[in-house]
Design a protein around this ligand. Structure first.
Ligand SMILES: Nc1ncnc2c1ncn2[C@@H]1O[C@H](COP(=O)(O)OP(=O)(O)OP(=O)(O)O)[C@@H](O)[C@H]1O
Ligand SMILES: [Mg+2]
Length: 465
């Protein structure tokens, strides 16, 4: 995949850069005003244009340069967060398109597309002859073109011919294998086009298979690289250190060291099997207890989890579907009567709040004595608070500080629990779609309450652009 792009002249230009378009979401007008004088830029004139018409793209940093220099027809970049994968893809695509080739960008979902579309549109503005905002299509002087596709559109790319394609966040593409074989690979046949797969790893899925092809010396058309985030000169080491300290080791290894973790180890919790060895046990004299509550919503479960804060052992768990207020509060009272917990930490979002208030205040009953107030505290679930309690639980299970009940549902939920990267760059913890995480959350809250005095403070961490 050669292009005249390699005959480029570095320059210090105050013009807008593709890079700033990606990173700031600023309007084109703002970008023009705020373009950095200090950024090293590359001005590149396509052989298909007059010299006055040139594109301005950021100079690839050394890790990006290595990949460009070593590239083959099919390229697989398994790299850490924020290293500059998308920037590299835009560079490759924009140069090929301005060089007269039909090109296409593929993103896992529509949400990943907008910033890239904006960046490509801006970068290629000087050579654009036609544009469809609706179809994310550019026609360029010299015959080149750009299509931007979301891969949640089943017809993405079908029937087209491309000279170069970029698949960004490839490890997050559902059915990447089918998509590649049935939809994308055929688009490259006629023109003998090339491809870049850019992604942070996500376990041993098909992206890993593609990566392996690139490592195989016999697969001459394929090349692959594995690079940690630290290979970018634009990420401060202190930022990486903060990320490393705040998140489970595996999450850091995957997201920032770009490691392909085995499926079993790629979740948030490790060592679950070894920790899950206890039978339920009743209250012990002199021990203190904490309870975590995750209330049912429409079709999931209410879970109470009881942790012995003296021994750091989970001693009981209750899981049921009835969402009637009276039923839930009564049931919690029974557990409270039994273990006399020092504190009950309960999710307060949505339906949780009235339940928590009722339990905090005490309430009268139709039959029997009225219920006294319980030592219950409201816990509000947000991305950040959830990350904090889940990360603390993960560390406790992994380092053996907390032992768990041998409960098949809870063990399964812990093992399946995962961290997902949102298009915004934030990390979101939760169960895989369609699965539950009630036992995980109740346990995380009971543990947060039990460990509150001894736990080293762990801030929640979300790496955002
Ligand atoms: N060649 C470059 N010149 C200047 N800055 C760069 C370059 N490459 C990357 N960057 C910087 O790195 C940041 C991340 O770039 P980019 O979004 O391309 O990374 P990414 O690996 O795609 O990130 P993510 O993992 O969030 O998808 C950019 O906002 C920019 O600050
Ligand atoms: Mg990216």
């Amino acid at each position: 995949m050669s292009s005249t792009a390699d005959a480029r002249t570095p320059t210090n230009s105050p013009l807008p850069t593709v890079f700033s378009a990606i990173s700031s979401l600023a309007s084109p007008q703002q970008l023009r005003r705020s373009a950095s004088l200090h950024q090293r830029l590359t001005r590149w004139s396509s052989r298909t244009q007059t010299p006055a018409l040139s594109l301005v793209l950021p100079t690839p940093h050394p890790a990006q340069q290595t990949m460009i220099a070593e590239s083959a027809r099919f390229n697989v970049a398994a790299c850490g967060r924020q290293i500059g994968k998308t920037t590299l893809g835009i560079d490759r695509l924009a140069r090929a398109a301005a060089d007269g080739q039909p090109t296409a960008w593929f993103a896992p979902t529509y949400k990943y597309l907008e910033q890239v579309w904006r960046a490509l549109r801006l970068a290629l503005e000087p050579v654009t002859t036609g544009k469809s905002e609706q179809q994310h299509h550019l026609d360029l002087r010299g015959g080149g073109s750009v299509d931007c596709w979301s891969l949640d559109d089943e017809d993405a790319g079908r029937g087209r011919r491309y000279g170069l394609i970029v698949v960004d966040e490839a490890a997050m593409v559902r059915n990447l294998e089918d998509v590649w074989q049935a939809s994308l690979r055929p688009t490259l046949s006629v023109l003998e086009g090339g491809a870049w797969f850019l992604s942070t790893p996500k376990g041993l899925n098909f992206f890993h298979r593609l990566y392996q092809l690139g490592q195989d010396a016999l697969e001459r058309e394929w090349r692959s690289w594995q690079m940690p985030s630290s290979a970018s000169p634009y990420i401060k080491p202190a930022e990486l250190e903060a990320a490393r300290r705040a998140m489970p080791e595996r999450v850091y290894a995957q997201e920032f060291l770009a490691q392909f973790l085995e499926v079993e180890g790629s979740g948030v919790f490790r060592g679950v099997q070894a920790a899950a060895r206890l039978e339920p046990i009743g209250p012990q004299r002199g021990h203190t207890y904490t309870v975590g509550c995750d209330w049912a919503r429409s079709n999931d479960f209410t879970v109470f989890s009881v942790v012995d804060a003296s021994t750091y052992e989970q001693v009981a768990m209750d899981r049921f579907t009835q969402i009637d207020f009276e039923f839930q509060t009564e049931r919690l009272h029974r557990w409270a009567d039994l273990y006399k917990p020092r504190v009950i930490l309960a999710e307060a979002n949505a339906l949780g709040q009235p339940l928590v208030e009722r339990l905090q205040q005490g309430y009268g009953r139709l039959y029997g004595d009225s219920r006294r107030a319980l030592p219950i505290q409201a816990w509000w679930s947000t991305n950040a608070t959830k990350a904090a309690v889940v990360q603390a639980l993960s560390v406790a299970i992994e380092d053996g500080s907390l032992s768990l009940l041998d409960d098949a549902v809870q063990t399964g939920e812990l093992q399946a629990y995962e961290v997902e990267r949102l298009p915004s760059g934030m990390l979101r913890y939760g169960a895989p779609s369609g699965q539950h995480d009630d036992t995980v959350m109740a346990l995380a809250l009971a543990w947060a309450a039990a460990s509150v005095e001894t736990q080293t403070t762990r801030s929640s961490y979300a790496f955002s652009r």
